[in-house]
Design a protein around this ligand. Structure first.
Ligand SMILES: NC(=O)c1ccc[n+]([C@@H]2O[C@H](COP(=O)([O-])OP(=O)(O)OC[C@H]3O[C@@H](n4cnc5c(N)ncnc54)[C@H](O)[C@@H]3O)[C@@H](O)[C@H]2O)c1
Length: 398
C-alpha cells in the first residue's frame, strides 16, 4: 500500500507514439544502440517517439540474456531467422559484424520491418545492392548507420554549406586514424580490423570518411586509390603465424561532381591516434575544420565576417539552442559525447520509421550505403590497375 500523496502513472499518462525495436547483436554496437534507445526519452524535450525494447539477438543464450536484461529487453533470440519473424518487432536494428548484415537485413525487409543496419552496409557491392533493392521494394524505412552525420558540429557544417557560407568548394581532406595495428608484435587475434571475419580498415573506418565526404561535399565522380598491409604476417595468441588478409591503411584522391577535389585517408597504424576523424573544407568564402576527438566544436573561418587583423579559424562551441540537434535539456556549453551521435541517429531513424518516410537527406539511406560500398570497391580496383575509376560507370554496371 502506497502512502497518501502517491500518484500512479498509468498507460493513459504516456500517450506518446511508441515503436517496437529488436536489436541483433549485443557487442560494442549492440550496447551502444540499446543505450541510445534508452536515452531518447532523456535527451529530447519532446521525444519524436518512445522506443520499446522488445528483443535482443545473439548466438549464445546466456550471454545475450545477460546483456538484454541489463537494458530491459523483454526477451532474446539466438537465431536471427526466428527473430525476423517476431510480429511484435517493427524496427530491426542490425549490430552484427559486417559479414552478417545482408542476410538479416533482407529477411527483415521481406517481413516488412524497418531496418537500421550498422556500417559498412556489407562486404561487397553485390550484397549492398541487394540490401538496398529489397528494402526499396518492401517500402520500408532504411538507414545505414553513418552516425557521424549526427554530430551537432557536423550538422552545423552541413547547414553552413547548404547556406552557401563557404562559397564554391575547392578542396576537402578527411582522415580517419586509429592505432590498433601499429606494432608488428600485436597478435592478429587482438586486431579488430583483421582478426576472424573482420573486413579491414577501409571498410571499418574508411567507409565513415567516404560517407563524410559525400555528406558534406556531394557526389564523388572519380576516384584513385591504394590500400596497404604493413605487416602481412603476424602471430596469433597461440603463437602460430597468420596471414593478415586485410588492408591496414588506405588513401584516395577524390573528384566531386561539383568540381571540388579531395583526399581521403584511413589508417590503423597511426601511433597516438585513438579514434581521430578529422576533416577540413576550403571554399571561396572560407574554410571549416572538425575533429571527432573535439566533437563539441566546429572551427570556422569566414572571409566576409572576420576583421583582417583577426582573420583565421574561430572555435564555435556547438552546444547552443540555435545549433542543430540541440534537443538536450543541458544548457549551452554542457558538452555531449560520442554516444550522442548514435542517440540522435537512432531518434531520427525511429521518427522516420514511425512515419514510414525516408531518412534522407540527413540520414544515410541504404542507397547511400551502397554508394559508399561502390567507392570502396573503386579504391580496390584503382589499386589493382593503377587507374582512375569513373564512379558513374561503376554504378551503372554494379
Ligand atoms: N557506427 C559506429 O560507430 C561503429 C563502431 C564500431 C563498429 N561498427 C559496426 O557495427 C557492427 C558490429 O560491430 P561491433 O564492434 O559491435 O562487433 P562486436 O563483435 O562487438 O559485436 C558483434 C555482435 O554480433 C553478434 N553476432 C555475430 N554473428 C551473429 C549471428 N550470426 N547472429 C546473431 N548475432 C551474431 C555477436 O555475438 C556480437 O554480440 C560492424 O558492422 C561494425 O563495422 C560501427
Amino acid at each position: 500500500m502506497k502512502p497518501e500523496g502517491f500518484h500512479e502513472i498509468t498507460p493513459q499518462d504516456t500517450p506518446e507514439k511508441k515503436i517496437n525495436v529488436g536489436v541483433l547483436g549485443y557487442g560494442f554496437m549492440g550496447k551502444v544502440h540499446s543505450n541510445s534507445l534508452l536515452k531518447i526519452p532523456y535527451t529530447y524535450k519532446t521525444p519524436p517517439v518512445f522506443p520499446l525494447l522488445i528483443a535482443m539477438g545473439g548466438r549464445n543464450l546466456e550471454n545475450v540474456k545477460d546483456t538484454a536484461r541489463r537494458f530491459g529487453f523483454r526477451g532474446v533470440y539466438i537465431h536471427w531467422e526466428d527473430m525476423v519473424l517476431d510480429p511484435d518487432i517493427e524496427v530491426f536494428d542490425i549490430c552484427t559484424p559486417d559479414h552478417q548484415h545482408a542476410g538479416p537485413s533482407i529477411a527483415a525487409a521481406k517481413e516488412g520491418k524497418h531496418v537500421l543496419c550498422e556500417k559498412p552496409m556489407a562486404l561487397t557491392v553485390d550484397e549492398a545492392k541487394q540490401m538496398w533493392q529489397h528494402a526499396d521494394a518492401a517500402g520500408i524505412t532504411h538507414m545505414c548507420n553513418y552516425n557521424y552525420r549526427f554530430v551537432p558540429a557536423v550538422r552545423l557544417a552541413r547547414r553552413l554549406l547548404e547556406d552557401g557560407a563557404l562559397g564554391t568548394i575547392y578542396q576537402f581532406r578527411v582522415c580517419y586514424l586509429q592505432e590498433a595495428g601499429r606494432l608488428p608484435s600485436t597478435p592478429l587475434d587482438d586486431i579488430w580490423y583483421a582478426s576472424g571475419t573482420a573486413s579491414g580498415v577501409l571498410l571499418g573506418i574508411g567507409s565513415h570518411a567516404l560517407d563524410m565526404a559525400r555528406f558534406l561535399v556531394g557526389d564523388i565522380v572519380k576516384i584513385t586509390g591504394l590500400k596497404k598491409t604493413f605487416t602481412p604476417v603476424r602471430r596469433n595468441l597461440d603463437g602460430k603465424e597468420a596471414q593478415v588478409n586485410t588492408d591496414e591503411g588506405n588513401m584516395a584522391l577524390l573528384e566531386f561532381a561539383n568540381g571540388a577535389v579531395g583526399t581521403m585517408e584511413s589508417s590503423a597504424v597511426s601511433s597516438g591516434r585513438k579514434n581521430q576523424l578529422t576533416w577540413e573544407i576550403n571554399g571561396s568564402k572560407g574554410s571549416m575544420k572538425f575533429d571527432i576527438e573535439d566533437l563539441n566544436h566546429l572551427y570556422v573561418c569566414l572571409e566576409e565576417t572576420t576583421r583582417p587583423d583577426v582573420r583565421g579559424f574561430t572555435k564555435i562551441s556547438v552546444t547552443s539552442p540555435e545549433h542543430p540537434l540541440q534537443c538536450l535539456h543541458l544548457p549551452p556549453g554542457h558538452n555531449s559525447g560520442w554516444e550522442y551521435s548514435h542517440v540522435h541517429a537512432m531518434a531520427h531513424f525511429l521518427d522516420c520509421a514511425s512515419k514510414n518516410t525516408s531518412v534522407a537527406p540527413y540520414g544515410a539511406t541504404f542507397y547511400d550505403g551502397y554508394v559508399v560500398q561502390v567507392l570502396m570497391e573503386a579504391i580496390g580496383q584503382s589499386m589493382e590497375n593503377g587507374q582512375k575509376v569513373d564512379i558513374e560507370t561503376l554504378l551503372a554496371i554494379k
